[in-house]
Design a protein around this ligand. Structure first.
Ligand code: DUC
Ligand code: ZN
Ligand code: ZN
Length: 467
């Protein structure tokens, strides 16, 4: 099967230019000013539109059991929403059961992933330290292509590991070319603040933010980075929400730590005041780390521009408002932590980033596709438009606008964080390995067509001598 995309404006990290693309068997095989179609070639006219490499969202929680409940999107609804939103690959978190080996757990998650409409991989969460975990890490990387793990510094009793465990796991991960994702919040301080808050009768959603102040994130971020440094391992700090935590990343990078940072669309666009919306509407915005004071947004955008932040991830961890979020109406600690965002990450970052002049088109491609592909072992198969890359392509019309609404979304949630916002640009088509999975904005790809992403080891790790 051959497809030619004609007259589009191709955007990569290195270049913006007009050209035609030839796609054969799912791969880009030629790029030229003009490619004349032979007979029986499928031709797509992209005049006046951008061609972006498909978005790569390395932070999703589809089908994820958490806080006595589970996320509202599985691999069916979640990957359909992703496709509609220009995301052609995801890396989802696993969630191990007590006593289960990482490899057994991975097989369960791979089974769930078979329903996926787009390509998918996994980061293995390690929430229980034991010796077999260390033995499994090289097997995960070499035999399963799982070259990233995740550790939590909060959620004691459910996911949290301590510093000594982190050090041992990260040391081994570093040795075998695995990058460690870290959720950096000081769980012990948070638990203490939560107890105080409840005993004072402070139960509204805003107290979720007050009991997880920036210091709890920046302290844990600094500590995680130091542990990575001591372990000679590479580290990826997920969902950086505030300037104080970002400063720790900057300091660590200056010291030569193999440190990378991610932020999320909700930290770039929304702020703490949303948690104070009346009638418990604030509950919709409860996630961790919490939304911050607005002034942080500017510094996060600057961090993206300067390269301090390498990626955006959605942290798509959706819970229904009615029946899941509302369980915490009288006690914020009962509100499941997480927000939806997989369908909106691409348009939101484009609108508030590129359209409003905060970042360039090329920086957009870097943080939405090329950066995540490089960091998580998918490059040069995914992450750009070039010869030999998978034809994962978003065709985007920048000349129209649309309104984001819950009614039109594919996400299986009864609200949208960005309800009513008018965003510039519309995704008209999405191709995944050359196959059209979205046409005229509607998902037409079949469930189960997604392929498992066997990822390369982390190539950014340099062995440093630590004193
Ligand atoms: N933060 C969330 O908001 N949800 C899932 C887990 C996390 O770290
Ligand atoms: Zn997290
Ligand atoms: Zn998350």
């Amino acid at each position: 099967m051959k497809t030619i995309i004609q007259n589009g404006t191709i955007v990569t990290v290195a270049d913006i230019y007009k050209g035609d693309l030839l796609i054969e068997n799912g791969v880009i095989t030629a790029i030229a000013d003009r490619i004349i179609p032979e007979k029986d070639v499928h031709v797509i006219d992209a005049s006046g539109q951008y061609l972006f490499p498909g978005g790569i969202d390395v932070h999703t929680h589809l089908a994820w059991p958490f806080q006595s409940t589970g996320t509202a999107d599985d691999f069916v609804s979640g990957t359909r929403a992703a496709a509609a939103g220009g995301i052609t690959s995801i890396i989802n978190f696993t969630n191990p059961k007590k006593g289960q080996t990482l490899l057994d757990n991975l097989q369960e998650w791979k089974k769930k992933g078979e329903l996926s409409l787009i390509d998918y991989g996994f980061h293995s969460i390690i929430s229980e330290y034991n010796d077999h975990v260390l033995q499994e890490l090289p097997i995960l990387a070499e035999q399963e292509g799982v070259t990233s793990i995740k550790l939590f510094m909060a959620y004691k009793g459910e996911l949290m590991v301590n510093d000594r465990e982190m050090f041992k796991i990260m040391k081994k991960a570093g040795e075998v070319g695995i990058i460690t994702n870290v959720h950096a919040e000081n769980g012990d301080i948070i638990d203490e603040l939560v107890e105080d808050s409840l005993s004072n009768g402070n139960t509204d959603p805003i107290f979720h933010a007050y009991t997880r102040p920036p210091i709890t994130e920046s302290e844990a971020t600094g500590r995680a980075l130091s542990i990575a440094e001591a372990a000679n391992a590479s580290i990826y700090i997920v969902h950086v929400s505030c300037a104080d935590a970002l400063e720790k990343v900057e300091q660590a990078k200056r010291r030569g730590v193999q440190a990378f940072a991610e932020t999320c669309p909700h930290y770039l666009v929304l702020d703490e005041s949303y948690l104070e919306l009346p009638d418990f509407e604030g509950g919709k915005y409860v996630c961790s780390p919490p939304l911050r004071e607005k002034w942080n947004q500017d510094l996060l955008w600057k961090g993206i521009s300067s390269g301090l932040i390498s990626t955006v991830g959605s942290d798509h961890c959706p819970f229904l408002f009615e029946g899941q979020k509302t369980v915490g109406r009288n006690n914020f600690t009962m509100i499941p932590n997480g927000v939806p965002g997989l369908e909106d990450i691409f348009p939101i970052v484009y609108h508030y980033g590129v359209h409003e002049g905060r970042i360039s088109l090329q920086k957009f491609v870097e943080i939405i596709s090329t950066g995540p592909a490089k960091l998580f072992g998918l490059y040069p198969k995914k992450g750009s438009i070039g010869i030999g890359f998978d034809a994962d392509i978003v065709i985007f019309n920048p000349n129209v606008s649309r309104v984001i609404s819950r009614e039109k979304q594919y996400q299986n949630v009864d609200y949208n964080l960005y309800e009513g916002r008018v965003v510039q640009g519309a995704i008209t088509r999405v191709l995944s390995r050359g196959e059209e999975i979205v046409r005229d904005g509607y998902v037409i790809g079949e469930q189960g067509r997604g392929q498992y992403l066997f990822r390369k080891k982390n190539s950014n790790i340099e062995t440093r001598v630590t004193c």
